[in-house]
Every structure is written in structure tokens, then in C-alpha cells.
Ligand binder design. Structure first.
Ligand code: NAD
Length: 327
């Protein structure tokens, strides 16, 4: 069994690799060729926390997988991660667990790659300016995805509510992409969104953060953060003026994401406004961007097929490059 920690994965697996894996995952998912049963949730009897078991199986690539993710808000007091995660891969020809990966990092990179896939497939060609709202745990991989998903991006404006945090994040990204990308810490979401061709939202917000009136023609908006009916990032105006609205999984988004569920319930948008799942677009079953003026929205909540397919792609590369620890 191969053990892969964050450093091992970082050494061998790029954001472009992750985007390729997510596109494959979406394609497989949309063909109905993956199995993703509902997750099992144990509320801890001994602490304030939940332990989630998320299984998945993709016969096409010969792998079953299980992601264990916990959410323990009080972990910060012990200097432990709030959402520790682990991914296990099982060979479907032997039933043997052949790899254990750092699931926190797999989640970050596959979540970044979701936006990266949408950016690669749906952003206006020649996009130069992007906005990233939210500078928490998922933000760096979203930033990486903007750069990997669109080679022409030159400026990324980042915003979160706390000035010190957005400036520290902007500095970290500026150091990482020195000479390639200009990173600007914006004082407001409106300031970040104005003139941006690509807008990525990765926050825990319960109210809409952007204002559709500020969106540039041809903009692509990727909503990553909202995964509960009470959570909102994308505003109604953006959805109402969008020419196309895509999802990672329409079914999952409509059962989880407040920023889509609420305006749908209130009749501000209707199912007829939904273009469909990105996987169907990848499979050539539904339309893609048709011109440079269209405003397009991509809303993701995450599907277990991404974890299995991305985990397997990392495992294959690690074997090839002899990285990791054999147990
Ligand atoms: N779509 C997916 O597949 C997927 C995968 C993993 C995580 N997520 C979700 O993404 C979200 C972000 O995750 P994280 O780990 O980065 O969270 P985090 O708690 O580390 O960071 C949250 C960020 O949101 C910002 N924020 C919150 N409310 C805001 C507001 N009103 N305006 C501006 N900024 C605001 C905070 O300042 C912070 O920068 C979470 O809701 C998480 O569940 C989605």
C-alpha cells in the first residue's frame, strides 16, 4: 500500500493534471458510469464534530474509493485542522486498499480543478483579469486553477473581509507567481469584480457577495463555497442575467446550494435557465459558450467521483515517479 502525503502529491501532481482528472470525472459522472452513494454522517458523542464517510466507485478506471472527512470546529484550540480528510483507494480486481492519500489536499486540488475545468472550457478566450473572493483554506488552489485554466490571465484581484488576511494572501500569491501574474488585494468584492473576465467565489457567506450589475460582458462566474440552503454567494441579478448556467451536478446543487435553491423557489429563475452539467458539455451533449458576450455561471458543490478519479490519477503518477512511502 502506498502512502502519499501533501508534499508527495505537490511534487508530482500539478493543477493542470487535476483539471484533466476533474474533466474525466465529470464526463464519467454524466455518462452515469460512477456510483456515489449518499455519505454516512456520524455526529461525535464525545466532541462537537461530525465524521463523514463518502464512498465512490468508478469501474472504468478500476477503483473504488472512500473519503473520510471530519468537521470539528473546536480543533483550532488544539492546533489541529478543522476539516481533516483522508482518501483510500481500493483496487477493484483484488479488493486490496492500494493507496492512502492526504484527503485534505486531494479536496483542495480537485475543488480548485472544478473551477479550473470551467475556466478552461467556458471562460472567454483571451481573458486577462480575474477576481477571487474568499482567502480561506480553499483559496490557494482556486488561485492556482485560475492561472492553470487560462494562460492569458495577467491580473488577479483578491478580496476577503479582513484587510490583514486579504493582504497576506495577496502577498503569498504574488510571491508564488512573481513575474507572471499581478496580484491586487481589493478592498471590496465590487472593486474586485469590476472589469474581471473570471470571478471565483470561495467563501462561507450566508448572503450574496457580488452584484450582477458590476459584471463585465462575457464574464464567467464560478461559485464554489455555498453548499447548504442557508449559504449564498452568487446574487440573483447575476443568475437572472446569465446566458448559461452550468453545474457539476444539477441534482446535488439543487439539494444543497442556497444561492441557486432560493431564487429558484422565489421564481426569480426557473429550471429552463439551467443549461446542464459540465460533464454533459464535455461529452458533447449540451452546448458550450456561443460568443464572447455571454455571461456564464458554473456552480459546484463537489461530487465523490472527483475524489476517486483524482486520487487514482495521483496514485498512477506516484507509482510512475516512485514517490511516496510503501507500507
Ligand atoms: N464546491 C466544492 O467542491 C467545495 C469543496 C470544498 C469546500 N467547499 C466550500 O468552500 C467554502 C470555503 O472553504 P474554505 O475552506 O476556504 O473556508 P474558510 O473558512 O477557510 O474560508 C472562508 C472564506 O470566506 C470568506 N467570507 C465569508 N463570508 C464572506 C463574505 N460575506 N464576504 C467575503 N468573504 C467572506 C472568509 O473571509 C474566508 O476568507 C466552504 O463553504 C466549503 O464548504 C466547496
Amino acid at each position: 500500500m502506498l502512502l502519499l502525503n501533501r508534499e508527495d502529491i505537490e511534487k508530482i501532481f500539478t493543477m493542470k493534471d487535476a483539471i484533466k482528472a476533474d474533466k474525466l470525472a465529470y464526463s464519467i459522472f454524466s455518462k452515469g458510469k460512477s456510483i456515489s452513494p449518499l455519505r454516512t454522517n456520524f455526529a461525535s458523542e464525545n466532541a462537537n464534530g461530525n465524521i463523514l464517510f463518502m464512498p465512490g466507485y468508478v469501474g472504468d478506471i478500476g477503483v473504488a474509493g472512500l473519503k473520510i472527512v471530519s468537521v470539528f470546529p473546536d480543533n483550532t484550540k488544539q492546533n489541529l485542522p478543522v476539516t481533516p480528510g483522508t482518501v483510500l483507494l481500493v483496487d477493484d480486481k483484488t479488493g486490496v486498499v492500494n493507496c492512502i492519500l492526504d484527503g485534505t489536499y486531494v479536496t483542495e486540488i480537485r475543488t480548485g480543478a472544478a473551477s479550473g475545468s470551467a475556466i478552461d472550457l467556458l471562460a472567454r478566450k483571451g481573458s486577462e483579469t480575474a477576481a477571487l473572493i474568499g482567502t480561506g483554506g480553499q483559496a490557494e488552489s482556486q488561485f492556482d486553477a485560475i492561472v492553470a485554466g487560462c494562460d492569458t490571465v495577467k491580473v488577479v484581484k483578491v478580496h476577503s473581509r479582513t484587510q490583514a488576511k486579504r493582504e497576506a494572501f495577496a502577498k503569498k500569491m504574488q510571491d508564488k507567481y512573481s513575474g507572471k501574474i499581478k496580484v491586487i488585494a481589493s478592498n471590496s468584492a465590487d472593486e474586485a469584480v469590476l472589469d474581471s473576465d473570471i470571478v471565483v467565489l470561495v467563501t462561507t457567506s450566508t448572503k450574496a457577495i457580488i452584484n450582477g450589475d458590476n459584471l463585465k460582458k462575457g464574464a464567467l462566474v464560478c461559485g464554489v463555497g455555498s453548499y447548504m440552503p442557508t449559504m449564498h454567494e452568487i446574487d440573483e441579478k447575476t443568475l437572472m442575467k446569465a446566458d448559461k448556467i452550468y453545474f457539476d451536478s444539477k441534482e446535488a446543487v439543487l439539494s444543497e446550494a442556497g444561492c441557486i435553491i432560493t431564487p429558484l423557489k422565489e421564481g426569480k429563475i426557473s429550471e429552463a435557465d439551467f443549461t446542464g452539467d459540465l460533464g454533459d458539455m464535455i461529452n458533447g451533449k449540451i452546448i458550450s459558450r456561443e460568443n464572447d458576450d455571454e455571461i456564464i455561471v458554473f456552480k459546484s458543490v463537489g461530487i465523490s467521483t472527483q475524489d476517486v478519479v483524482t486520487g487514482k490519477a495521483i496514485y498512477d503518477k506516484a507509482k510512475e515517479e516512485k514517490v511516496g512511502y510503501e507500507f
